[in-house]
Design a protein around this ligand. Structure first.
Ligand code: BES
Ligand code: MG
Ligand code: ZN
Length: 465
């Protein structure tokens, strides 16, 4: 789907808007949709009419934007998702969006167009219907271009996360990271990982025939006043390891690299977004958790990069082990802030469901800022507690800690575990997207599969530093 800026309303479908209680900008729509059919214009509703040659466009699609005074960016995104879904349903190929009264929201409109058009049909011989081109009038060019960067970043993330594990291996993720322009990227392989004393990450990778890769991408522009590390959980497949998952829980575990896919999408967008005077590191400890003959075992004691020892209580709590070493590595870079994003715990899904991501960290201000940024970005984040009692559950008789405690409060226990690998001089936020990154059925503006969770929030966060 191409996005363009245009003033030419001669197209297949002209998309106009209607605010509740108001007329539209088109005579025809006012006569048929508003007067004859009482189309109210509630947010995201649509009304289609044929023009029979009365105006250059073949059809007019009227889109409800709700009440004018309640309009915001995320509502425009939602309206555009519904618009594009409707355009796909009627098998339209070209459309021009000519909205009145939404001029400030070009970025959000374009993001919505990308989300609405998306399906993962790479492996279908009969492809889904997609738009060829969507034009926008009246929005400002810079906003449209920013929307394209965001939309394409989400697209890349969703495509990577939707790929089967057979395709999206640690090696593949490393190849992708290396192909991104405008970044300095280093890939560490198995021997390097051992040499860097990443005993926790390495242990998780041992049961798989796929070699692990530690990926470090760096974006730097101008005179960095701030240095941020973004870490994505990169479990290309999580079978549970020796503590094997039941079949139904394992089914979607190709999504366990959604955090990594998010970081790849964000890092690839930086060279186009070009935030100034900032240094951003993208870090992924990529591997599979498999029960192969060299697999790590319950009862093993691992030593992470910072020297702390971990008794393996459950091999299925592997994400935190890979993140432990990635967090140590990030802290050694002496960055100001670290954000990790991970499909970390089933407990987070139980607590918050599939529309809300869990947030924890060691700095209240940073946590607030991330939650606020998420809100403006169309994502829902909710803070989970970090009390000492959750850490108590991780006590081990034979090592510094165990990797799991009780099932109760599991998302917070995982947060407390990660905290052990963050140095006090670094501000850190952890985002648990186990419920939100991958949908087993359509929800809200998203279709089945990856949602690109975190991409909009993290891009907005780094862009407005
Ligand atoms: N990758 C899973 C978490 C997950 C669950 C992601 C559901 C997406 C959807 C993680 O590695 C895991 O297996 N966590 C265990 C931890 C437990 C053994 C303490 C869990 O949540 O059951
Ligand atoms: Mg697991
Ligand atoms: Zn996992």
């Amino acid at each position: 789907m191409d996005i363009k800026i245009t003033n030419d309303l001669n197209t297949e479908v002209l998309v106009i808007n209607k605010f509740e209680g108001e007329q539209t900008s088109q005579e025809l729509a006012n006569t048929y949709a508003v007067e004859k059919d009482n189309f109210e214009g509630k947010l995201g509703t649509t009304y289609l009419l044929h023009t029979y040659g009365k105006i250059p466009a073949d059809k007019i699609l009227v889109v409800g934007l709700g009440k004018r005074e309640e309009l915001d960016g995320n509502k425009i995104t939602e309206a555009l998702v519904k618009t594009v879904k409707k355009l796909k349903q009627i098998k339209a190929k070209r459309a021009v969006v000519d909205f009145d009264g939404a001029e400030r929201y070009g970025k959000y409109a374009v993001i919505g167009a990308y989300i609405g058009d998306y399906t993962f049909d790479k492996y279908k011989t009969q492809k889904d219907h997609h738009l060829d081109e969507i034009g926008f009038t009246k929005f400002n060019e810079a906003d449209i271009n920013e929307g394209i960067v965001f939309g394409q970043a989400m697209l890349l993330t969703r495509n990577i996360a939707n790929e089967p594990a057979e395709y999206a291996t640690p090696t593949k993720l490393a190849e992708m990271a290396s192909s991104f322009e405008g970044l300095e990227t280093k890939i560490y392989d198995k021997e390097d990982i051992k040499k860097m004393d990443m005993g926790a990450f390495y242990a998780v990778s041992k049961g798989s025939a796929e070699p692990p890769k530690f990926i470090h991408m760096k974006y730097s522009n101008g005179n960095p006043k701030k240095r941020i590390a973004l870490i994505g959980k990169g479990l290309c497949f999580d079978s549970g390891g020796m503590d094997l998952k039941p079949a139904s829980s394992m089914l979607t575990m190709r999504d366990d690299m959604s955090g990594a896919a998010c970081v790849l999408g964000v890092m690839n967008a930086l060279n186009k977004l070009k935030p100034a005077d900032i240094e951003i590191h993208g870090i992924i400890a990529a591997c599979e958790n498999m029960p192969g003959q060299h697999a790590y075992k319950p009862g093993d004691i691992l030593t992470a990069k910072n020297g702390k020892t971990i008794e393996v209580d459950n091999t299925d709590a592997e994400g935190r082990l890979t993140l432990a070493d990635a967090l140590c590595y990030a802290c050694e870079l002496k960055v100001d802030e670290v954000i990790d994003i991970a499909t970390l715990t089933g407990a987070c899904v139980v607590a918050l469901g599939t529309a809300v991501s869990g947030v924890m960290g060691n700095d209240e201000n940073m946590i607030k800022k991330i939650i606020e940024t998420a809100k403006c970005s169309g994502e829902k984040y909710w803070e989970l507690p970090m009390y000492q009692e959750y850490r108590d559950g991780l006590k081990s008789e034979i090592a510094d800690m165990k990797n799991t405690g009780t099932r109760n409060g599991g998302a917070s226990a995982a947060g407390m575990f990660l905290k052990e690998f963050v140095t006090d001089d670094v501000k850190w936020v952890h985002i648990d997207v186990a419920g939100t990154a991958f949908l087993e059925k359509p929800q809200g503006i998203f279709c089945y599969g990856s949602t690109g969770a975190g991409v909009r929030t993290l891009l907005n966060y780094v862009a407005k530093q």
